[in-house]
Design a protein around this ligand. Structure first.
Ligand code: SF4
Length: 434
């Protein structure tokens, strides 16, 4: 059992704090949080634990090699996955040889974004190729320590737009609710690396949630609340249910959204019990963070199917990453795969300039090139919005290839996906040009 997270450090004296007593209850951010919650919310209803044992042949081979004594039920239990996450040099070296660069990066890491990967997600890593997409997205390299001009700890200025701890109110009718600082797997390019994990500044708890809920209650223009973090789906069902119920009770909140990477890195978390609970809070939407088509495993497809079957509209968000997914072919494969499991590609993000991110960032022209290579060449549903989140808190700015070529003889000249020009008659009724 690793104890590298705040979640786990809360339980150091108990060898199996979640074990038989609470098979579906995951780590919480602090013991005080649980205690608060127990006193303020009804106890979660217990359901028998259905263990979904969808294990791909790749993961099974990995299990046999590195976890020979682990049962299918343990591997398929999300608590087991979190407890056994890979967080140290010894743990990662047990399952793959590191490159010199990766070794130095992990050895010198004392602060900043933690290193954490679930065993399931580690099973998708190519041990022989340090440049493999999934490996690059979660295994640290020394470039993380090289800071470049324009990079910042909080590039989106979220901390300046926070009227209550853990709440960001940037757009008029929406609020971002930072529920937890914990993620089951840490992406090396994380926009919120300043706050996630054991070294992060962020601490959540019931009192902090209550302040954020009170702000939403007192702000009638907020009609849409996005739960994010960290990863909200690493919270126990009971805490998530409490939070969703508290927000759902606010009359002016029409829509609740959850932003998560769990279906890609910890698909075992999508249990029948979680889905039954989520269904109570409709209209509930979900934005799932996907990086690469290698993430579309049988486990992840099963998780997305379960969520879609529960009537939860699913969208994807993907960060454009140099050498990882910055080709039209890779994105097309990802987006086609997502549509097959009813996830609509929603946002393609330009990578935010967090500290030490230059090795991940592409030129903005690359993002436009991606959209140009998709729009018209595949179904519109497979084409996301390419956006740059403006540094300093300007919000998302969409960028498109230049399809508008000018005006000519009472019309506009437009360029199509094959680079052919067309004139569209652009005048109002009765104002036709002579
Ligand atoms: S899942 Fe999201 S919040 Fe968590 S480390 Fe990855 S990018 Fe950051």
């Amino acid at each position: 059992m690793n104890n590298n997270s705040p979640a786990m450090s809360a339980s150091l004296e108990d060898p199996d704090p979640l074990g038989s007593e609470a098979p579906e209850e995951p780590p919480s951010s602090s013991p005080a949080f649980v205690q608060d919650l127990l006193f303020s919310a009804p106890p979660a209803k217990r359901f028998p634990l259905p263990v979904r044992t969808c294990i791909s042949s790749r993961s099974r081979q990995f299990m046999r090699e590195f976890y020979p004594n682990v049962t299918d039920a343990e591997w398929s239990n999300w608590h087991w996955q979190i407890r056994n996450s890979i967080c140290t040099l010894d743990q990662i070296q047990r399952i793959m040889p590191l490159s010199e660069d990766e070794y130095s990066a992990i050895t010198r890491r004392t602060k900043g974004l933690p290193f954490r990967v679930t065993p399931y997600y580690a099973s998708l890593i190519d041990p022989s190729n340090p440049l493999q997409a999934i490996r690059r997205s979660v295994i640290p390299v020394v470039d993380e320590y090289h800071f470049s001009p324009g990079e910042a700890e909080d590039p989106l200025g979220e901390d300046n737009q926070s009227p209550a701890p853990g709440l960001v109110h940037r757009y008029p009718d929406r609020a971002l609710f930072l529920t937890t600082g914990f993620c089951s797997t840490n992406c090396r390019y994380c926009t919120r690396s300043r706050m996630v994990g054991d070294h992060g500044k962020f601490r959540s708890g019931i009192k902090q949630w209550q302040q954020a809920i009170a702000y939403i209650e007192s702000t009638p223009q907020i009609r849409d609340v996005l739960l994010s973090g960290g990863d909200p789906l690493t919270l126990p069902d009971s805490q998530l249910d409490f939070l969703l119920s508290s927000i759902r009770r606010i009359p002016h909140v029409e829509v609740i959204r959850i932003g998560t990477k769990v279906p890609a890195v910890l698909p075992q978390r999508i249990t029948s019990r979680l889905v039954r609970m989520l269904k109570k809070h409709h209209p509930l939407w979900m934005s799932i963070h996907f990086t690469h088509p290698d993430e579309l495993t049988p486990e992840t497809r099963a998780a997305c199917t379960q969520l879609a079957d529960a009537g939860i509209p699913l969208g994807s968000q993907t960060v454009l990453l140099k050498g990882i997914n910055d080709s039209v072919q890779t994105l097309k494969e990802l987006y086609h795969g997502l549509l097959k499991v009813r996830v609509r590609p929603y946002y393609l993000y330009q990578c935010d300039p967090i500290l030490g991110s230059s090795h991940f960032r592409t030129a903005v022209s690359k993002g436009i090139e991606m959209i140009e290579g998709l729009r018209g060449h595949t179904s519109g549903y497979a084409v996301p919005h390419y956006v740059v989140d403006a540094p300093g808190g300007g919000g998302k700015i969409p960028l498109l290839p230049d399809y508008f070529q000018g005006r000519l003889q009472g019309g506009v000249v437009l360029r199509n996906y094959e680079n052919r020009l067309f004139r569209y008659p652009d005048y109002e009724c009765g104002n036709a040009p002579e």
